[in-house]
Write a protein that binds this ligand. Sequence first.
Ligand code: UP6
Length: 266
Amino acid sequence: TTLKTYASRISQHPNPTAKRVLEIMERKKSNLCVSVDVTTADEVLEVIRRVGASVCMVKTHCDIISDFTLEFANELVRLSKELDFVIFEDRKFADIGNTVTLQYSSGTHQISSWSDLTNAHPLPGPGIISGLSSVGKPLGRALLLLAEMSSAGNLATGEYTKQAMKMARDAGREFVVGFIAMGRVDVAEQEDWLIMTPGVGLAAKGDSLGQQYRTPREVVYESGCDVIIVGRGIYGIKGGEEAVKKEAERYREEGWKAYEERLARN
Ligand code: UP6
């Protein structure tokens, strides 16, 4: 898959959300996902208006938004169509199948009603995929499994990562479309999972709570990942509206350049 263009991979994916991600990436020349980790609905929408043109995807944590409503979620969906990006709620489900089914469809957030893509820890076993799939697949939604993490000392390594891959293969590609991972955990050229990678920053090396950053080039060119996920590096930049917009565009350019160099190298 490191040899292939995003465009050539569209037809390989049966899942409509995976297809749409790849289409948008190609159309907007962007492998950038901005993680909008701010805590009010207005702030979330403001960041999205600034970065929307530069991204293929917007990642949310709906449970940190103090005034979350379904009207806000509607506005998010409207913006995702207007500005052409996919919504990724970073819920990191981690319970038994029955419980995650309820957490995905119900409660204050009703994630399945507005989020194109979400993710889950493979920790509880394949029932977590079956449960989420029973809600999300009929809606054309998609799921990523967390095969690896960016934080220091995390336990998602070695055999755990291998078992996560196996769980995805066993589930098939109709609903599970890829992984949160730090590198190309699939068998390049034979498999075609979407690899999305957090822990990306151009300025800092990490934070005081174990986060570890690599550059877009390290992630896309050296490690062969598909999507870079950037939070504080973009929305946290000082200098107001224009600075955030410019920084998003800078990461988009860096990410796309690294992808083009990867294609040229092969
Ligand atoms: N995230 C990670 N590492 C993981 C999985 N997810 O950082 O292994 C998520 C965080 C946060 C974003 O929950 O929303 O990616 C990274 O934000 P940052 O760029 O501000 O560090």
